[in-house]
Design a binder for this molecule. Structure first.
Ligand code: BG6
Length: 285
């Protein structure tokens, strides 16, 4: 059995529910194409704040917001760009149980996006439930006549039992920009990166695979990525959590963001060129 259904607007925002037998499921909001639930091996692996706002305006605090065309503060608009706060269009769905279950969302420039950022583009984002993992394929095509430059990232919030026990592999020896320490660059010297303070680091030239250990249920998440050269690790910790209206004061203990992106340098596309990148999330058996 595989299925895909719309949940009516009255129940939160409009969303698409994907399910693959009883093994895995995902909910994707049309608002921002934000994945707000991803059940793998019987447990939702994504953190969404109890205070997250679902009003088709604000970015959703949790899940997997899509960041485009700007990671971080932006002179032209809101931090992290407009893709996470814009309605996307569902353009394809595949529910054949013999194949994978997937849905594709698209976002193209329109009057509103061009009033902020005067460029033409088309993004395709496919969320697929496979036998053992969920795959997120992201592509951007330059549909204009001028060069296109942007940064992009999948801002994944993972659920954890207790941040104190969580560790991340694959970062030792890498340079990172520490946004908490004025954007200075340091070199990571730990095999297992743990987080115990306000943490906001952009690791550069990271390998295509990280393990995130001791997440919810003690599970190890395998995060694999392709053509996303950077990995951002973020947790606001206690003080910053208190300043966020859509995040509970103690919720920082229950989440870790490990974000695959192309953010240290922009992607540059000539007219008609397409950028492809992807990530995969699986539970280690
Ligand atoms: C992270 C950034 O990716 O997102 C942080 O590195 C930022 O600097 C965090 O604070 C959350 O951003 P926002 O806009 O969703 O509050």
């Amino acid at each position: 059995m595989a299925s895909l259904k719309f949940v009516p607007k009255e129940e939160r925002q409009e969303q698409v529910v994907l399910a693959r037998q009883l093994e895995s499921s995902a909910n994707v909001q049309l608002h921002g194409a934000t994945v707000t639930s991803l059940t793998l091996n019987g447990c939702d692996r994504l953190f969404v704040s109890e205070k997250a706002v679902f009003n088709n305006k604000k970015a959703i605090r949790g899940g997997i917001p899509v960041i485009f065309p700007q990671f971080g503060p932006w002179d032209l608009g809101a931090q992290h760009g407009f893709a996470r706060t814009t309605p996307w269009v569902l353009t394809d769905k595949q529910t054949d149980p013999k194949k994978e279950v997937l849905c594709t969302f698209e976002l193209e420039d329109d009057l509103e996006t061009r009033s902020i950022w005067n460029h033409k583009f088309k993004i395709k984002y496919t969320v697929a439930l496979k036998k053992k993992n969920a795959v997120f394929d992201f592509s951007v095509t330059n549909t204009g006549l001028a060069k296109l430059e942007f940064t992009c990232l999948l801002h994944t919030y993972f659920r954890v039992d207790d941040i104190a026990n969580v560790s991340i592999t694959g970062l030792n020896g890498l340079e990172y920009v520490d946004k908490v320490r004025g954007g200075a660059t340091f070199t990571e010297d730990r095999d297992l990166v743990t987080v115990g303070e306000n943490y906001d680091r952009v690791y550069q030239q990271t390998p295509n695979k990280h393990e995130i250990r001791n997440t919810i249920d003690g599970a190890t998440i395998i995060l694999e990525k392709n053509n996303f050269p950077d990995t951002v690790v973020w947790n606001p910790w206690a003080e910053k959590a208190k300043q966020m209206s859509d995040f509970g004061d103690d919720e920082y203990t229950k989440m870790i963001c490990v974000e695959a992106g192309h953010v240290s340098t922009p992607v540059t596309l000539q007219p008609e060129q397409t950028f492809f990148a992807s990530q995969s999330i699986a539970v280690k058996s």
